[in-house]
Structure formats: structure tokens, C-alpha cells
Design a protein around this ligand. Structure first.
Ligand code: SAM
Ligand code: SF4
Length: 325
């Protein structure tokens, strides 16, 4: 059974990062030169990541999302995913990607047991996409998404909404969800790297919703037990749906069901908590006992919430790529 934290929240979801490296340089995620190079010996081996996943499932985690950096740039990722999908008791193995390598890897991901993909896509305009990602090729990502869908892999799109940068495309993304019977989730921009004047970029979820509702009628969908923090809506008259994720304007901390482990083995109960538990000492022992204890200890001290809002944040600056978003 999934563990319950002191706030009464059921914790059934682990976000496991396999690398902090990336083949894009999204402006909201990392500086133009990328993140500082972490040595190979600091990044956990696949054996160590596997032990963490197995221990997490042993304490009751039911869903694992593989993330990064860009998880598909790490060599050997497909074999690792195949091992993970065979862990008894793991109900959902899903992955978040920027989509750049999907043409090459989608079929292998499906065969390895990945059940669903979230693809980050912040613009449908090639120029805007290249500006946000600092080097990305929109055509390549769109064709990767099409390849994944044609392989039978369900794909949800995640758009980080930024005022003055891509917010004029909100309705276009909702239309894309309606036209393709797909799901698009709109995520409030989070000031992870704390760039100066970040407040101007935040478009609150209520405004995103209002701007979609100028064109579409939205019907609220029920939240499922394993769902993430999105408030989901079916688009009336279409099979598509949209979700709104509001980490900044309306905290969903009281329903948070997740823990995170970074590619260097730091376990975190909250994306915006400055503290973490280092799993490396537990990984140096032969059995998984200390590892399960360390994971349980993160759940025991999981913060009740964070203090970020559209005008203030209190965390130390970090790159999402180093934690996994
Ligand atoms: N490289 C993969 C990708 O981009 O999908 C996985 C890692 S990325 C860090 C995970 C998620 O974090 C992506 O959906 C990305 O859009 C989101 N993210 C990164 N920085 C963000 C920010 N400042 N605000 C909101 N979401 C952010
Ligand atoms: Fe890379 Fe994902 Fe960060 Fe973009 S959001 S720079 S794709 S890790």
C-alpha cells in the first residue's frame, strides 16, 4: 500500500531523474551555456537508479516518471527502462521528454514498457520555439510526436506559458488538443532560476482558463487517484482535453502525491524545498534496507507546502534540469 505522509497525503508517485544533461537550452530552465558539467562518477549508475526504483516500489510507490535533463540523451536508457518496467508492483512507467529524439527512439520506448509520454512543447511557431529552446527545431519535435503516436504511445503535451513570449498561442494549443483528440497541459511559469523581474512572465492559471474559454466550452473532468496536479477539462464538442497546472498562483500542495530523486541521488519531498536527503550512503550498503528507510524519511518530512506566489519566491535558484521538473 502506498505510504501516507504526516499531512495525510498518499505518496504514490516518484519522479526519477537520470541525467542533468540536455540537448536543448530552454530559457526558463537553464542559462545559455547549460548547467555546470557534473562528472560521470557523481551521476548515479543505472544499477543505483534501479535500486532506488525497486526500493520506492517496495515502500508502495506505484508510478515512476523518468525525467532529466533530457532522459533520452543518456546512453543505455532503453535497457534501463526495460528493467524498470519489469519491477513487480510498478503500475505506471511514464517519461517526460523534449521530443527531440522521438523519431529514433519511440518504438524502442514502447517496446521497453513505457506506457505514456509527456512532451514539452512551448510554441507551434518555429521561430518562437527556437528562441525559447535556444537551439530547438520545431519540425523535428512535431515529427517525433507523430512517430510516437503512430507507434501507439499516448502523448500529452506540456506548454509552459510565459507572458509576452508564447501566451498568444494559448488558444492555438487548445485548438490543437481539440483537433487531434489529444491532451495539452498549460503550466504556469515557475521562477526556478530566479531571473530578475520573473514576475512579468507568470500568466496565472485563471487567466489561461479564461483565454481558452473565449473560444471553447470546457467541461471539468474528475481527478483520478494517480493523476498529477492538473485540473482537467474536456473540450465540449471534441475528444480533446486541456489541463491547467498552477504551482504559483494556486498551490496544489495539499494534494501533492510525489517525491523526487535527482540523477546525483538527492531525494526531495518538494521541488522548492532547499533541503534533501543524500541516498548515496545508503547505496553503498549491500541490501536495500537503508534505501527504503531513507525514502520513507523523505516522506516523513515532506513539507506541507511551498511559499511561492506570483510576486514572491524564497527558494535558492536552481535549474529544473538538475532536479527533473
Ligand atoms: N527535458 C525534458 C522536458 O523538457 O520535457 C524533461 C525535463 S524538464 C526539466 C521537465 C519539465 O519541467 C518540462 O515539462 C519543462 O517544461 C518543465 N519546466 C522546466 N523549467 C520550468 C519552469 N521554469 N517553469 C515551469 N516548468 C518548467
Ligand atoms: Fe532541457 Fe527539458 Fe530543461 Fe528544456 S526544460 S532545457 S528540454 S531539461
Amino acid at each position: 500500500m502506498a505510504p501516507i505522509d504526516p499531512q495525510g497525503r498518499t505518496i504514490n508517485y516518484l519522479r526519477l531523474s537520470v541525467t542533468d544533461r540536455c540537448n536543448l537550452r530552454c530559457s526558463y530552465c537553464m542559462p545559455p551555456q547549460g548547467v555546470a558539467n557534473i562528472g560521470h562518477d557523481t551521476i548515479l549508475s543505472y544499477e543505483e537508479l534501479y535500486r532506488i526504483a525497486r526500493s520506492a516500489v517496495a515502500i508502495g510507490i506505484e508510478k515512476i516518471r523518468i525525467t532529466g535533463g533530457e532522459p533520452l540523451v543518456r546512453k543505455g536508457i532503453i535497457d534501463f527502462l526495460r528493467q524498470l518496467s519489469a519491477i513487480p508492483g510498478l503500475n505506471q512507467l511514464v517519461l517526460t521528454t523534449n521530443g527531440v529524439l522521438l523519431n529514433e527512439l519511440a518504438a524502442d520506448l514502447r517496446d521497453a514498457g513505457v506506457q505514456r509520454l509527456n512532451v514539452s512543447l512551448d510554441s507551434l511557431d518555429a521561430g518562437t520555439f527556437a528562441r525559447i529552446t535556444r537551439c530547438g527545431n520545431l519540425e523535428r519535435v512535431l515529427s517525433g510526436i507523430a512517430t510516437a503516436r503512430s507507434c501507439g504511445l499516448p502523448v500529452k503535451l506540456n506548454m509552459v506559458v510565459m507572458r509576452g513570449i508564447n501566451d498568444h498561442e494559448i488558444a492555438d494549443f487548445a485548438r490543437l488538443a481539440a483537433d487531434t483528440a489529444g491532451t495539452v497541459r498549460f503550466i504556469e511559469y515557475m521562477p526556478a532560476i530566479r531571473e530578475p523581474d520573473w514576475q512579468r512572465l507568470v500568466v496565472p492559471g485563471s487567466e489561461i482558463l479564461e483565454r481558452i474559454e473565449r473560444y471553447f466550452t470546457l467541461l471539468p473532468l474528475e481527478q483520478t487517484r494517480m493523476a498529477g496536479p492538473a485540473r482537467n477539462y474536456r473540450i465540449s464538442g471534441a475528444d480533446g482535453s486541456v489541463g491547467i497546472i498552477t504551482p504559483v498562483s494556486e498551490h496544489f500542495c495539499s494534494q501533492c502525491n510525489r517525491i523526487r530523486v535527482t540523477s546525483t541521488g538527492q531525494a526531495k519531498g518538494c521541488l522548492f524545498a532547499d533541503s534533501c536527503v543524500d541516498l548515496k550512503p545508503a547505496l553503498q550498503t549491500e541490501t536495500d534496507l537503508l534505501l527504503t528507510q531513507a525514502l520513507n524519511s523523505i516522506i516523513a518530512v515532506k513539507p506541507s507546502g511551498h511559499l511561492m506566489n506570483p510576486s514572491e519566491c524564497h527558494h535558492q535558484a536552481f535549474s529544473m534540469a538538475s532536479i527533473g521538473g
